[in-house]
Design a binder for this molecule. Sequence first.
Ligand code: ADP
Length: 460
Amino acid sequence: MFEKILIANRGEIALRIHRACKEMGIKTVAVHSTADADAMHVRLADEAVCIGPPASKESYLNIPALLTAAALSGCNAIHPGLGFLSENAKFAEMVVEHGFTWIGPKPEHIHMMGDKIIAKQTALSLGIPCVPGSDGEIRDEDHAREVAEQIGYPVLLKATAGGGGKGMKVARNADELRQALELGRAEAKNAFNNASMYMEKYLDHPRHIEIQILGDKQGHVVHLGERDCSLQRRHQKVIEEAPSPALNAEARAKIGAIAVKAMQKLGYESLGTIEFLYQDGEFYFIEMNTRVQVEHPVTEMITGIDLVREQIRVADGAPLSFTQKDIEFTGHSIECRINAEDPISFAPRPGKVTDYHAPGGLGVRVDSALYSGYKVPPNYDSMISKLIVHGKNRNECLLRLRRALDEYVIAGTLSTNIPLHQKLIAAQDFIDGNYNIHWLEKFVAAYVEQLAKSEAEAAA
Ligand code: ADP
């Protein structure tokens, strides 16, 4: 087993990886920008290396600095975490070329799934059902019109290099098509430096259901069930749960088997998530993520399997320590993403944490890098904590979540979306599990309106 691993990330996910390493007897090397010198992932690691100034481009995305840090600290392997360089096939290749083990899938699979058009073509060839859409890139407005007429309106224009919902535009009819294509291209060019677009049928009431898979270098692949991530704002997940209130054991086994068979055929190693939209009993592939996901803890809570530990083991060449039959799903788990953001505008609102109290008790897990006195830097993602609960069933899980959210104190000059979560989990549709990917957007609009009204009244 590896003696020392460099964790090429920051915040809660760096800490999460550190924890798995410690339990495996592996030493950790943290990297950090100058803005993160006081960060918890730096404090807990065995060693820490400063890799540059606050801007991600010059620190967490700085490949020469990361490779140098790994070499100087004598690491055997590099764990990329999520975001930053985790889905950069070139980085994965360079890690291997420099003599380190890459804790992730083969670079060719990262590359394949990073291009949404190639990913969809691959999925189709592996027998995974996809959303109807263009065969490849949309060439121009005439081509867009042609494809839209074939698949029928409304349609969704999506960025080939996509991520984080950027570049996605809906067109409900031919008149809206030109603008959607122009706006989508501009946004994609800005975000990914790649204006290439493709088109899909826009599904009007799907759930987002994703399958967690895990493969080893000996060709074994298992699935660890699904996560329902339908509660999204601007195509960003806010709450995730497992199992999905919308799937029964039969549907789960069926889509799980399709995912496993496809990944075996591909020779996929490491953790991966196959994302689907699920509408009227049918699954439609949208993309595959070739890394650990933010929402992986809900799967860990219902399976009792440490996914990061398994990811490290298989990267080291160990075969999976369990088979599909050994995986048991117990109870229910829900995760709330806690962001430092303005409750009305949703703009990031980082700042200093003056008072911190994390909830605890049976079935409560907090994956966070916060502490009292910590100053959340403005330079990075606004997600500052994940609250995850587990219960014997969904009802117990909901009661526990309410209790844990009420206990959670993050006070200071920042603001968080904890009040939004409290309101959201009290909504009858959520309690009933009756929601799709468009539900939260409507809920948030009403919530913000109400909030703005009461603020105005208080000021008057
Ligand atoms: P990204 O990589 O930018 O996150 P995805 O393809 O994963 O893009 O889609 C993100 C989210 O956008 C999905 O979870 C879903 O809410 C919405 N979405 C994607 N494709 C469609 C579609 N064809 N119809 C309706 N909503 C979609």
